[in-house]
Write a protein that binds this ligand. Sequence first.
Ligand SMILES: Nc1ncnc2c1ncn2[C@@H]1O[C@H](COP(=O)(O)OP(=O)(O)OP(=O)(O)O)[C@@H](O)[C@H]1O
Length: 225
Amino acid sequence: MLDFCDVHKAYPTPQGPLRVLDGLDLRLAPGESLALMGESGSGKSTLLHLAAGLDLADHGEVLLAGESLARLGEPARARLRRESLGLVFQQFHLVPSLTVADNLRLQARLAGREDAEWSAELLARLGLSALARRYPEQLSGGQQQRLAIGRALAPRPALLLADEPTGNLDETTAGEVLELLLDLVRDTGCALLLVTHSAQVAAPLDRCERLSHGRLDHDPRAARP
Ligand SMILES: Nc1ncnc2c1ncn2[C@@H]1O[C@H](COP(=O)(O)OP(=O)(O)OP(=O)(O)O)[C@@H](O)[C@H]1O
């Protein structure tokens, strides 16, 4: 589903190149869930950006759904992103002028995958059916993040990238939102790459890797036995 092969990424700085990813290898199988942990500044967001084709590796190869992101032009990368990827961030990034139902529909429409039955089922599973005509600002933080998750999954992507998806929520709401996210991911067969600072959030996922000095180390402490 997602493969990083000997990936290097550096940022130019006045002091010279800052090497963030340094020969990183990663393989995520279809339907597999992986928690990505690591110190602040270790490169987790950089890795997510490369996985989404929002930025390109300096050396090495990133393959998404078998396609080398660097070899595709930007229009083809954008198409692949729309059709194969769901993105969820700590900030919800909902469209404020669209209702709950239309926020959900928009993403599916952009991917050419409108499916009224699936949208209705998603709204119900998100606990948002009764709120379908509200606007994002009329929702609680937990409801907004549930909608953001539903929107990302509306086109039935093969891979969901989530960057601290429960980082803005209180502990109880965060637990509920994570459970919902994992249930939906499991039921749709979507692979998941989730960045978190929390071992508790990482625990129910299939694997946990720690990013350190530009490479990944398996982290048995946070992974399920
Ligand atoms: N566009 C950029 N130009 C220069 N340096 C950058 C750029 N983007 C990120 N960096 C640096 O690269 C390193 C990795 O950043 P990144 O955001 O990937 O880390 P992170 O692990 O996601 O951090 P956090 O957990 O704090 O979100 C940091 O030292 C950061 O300052």
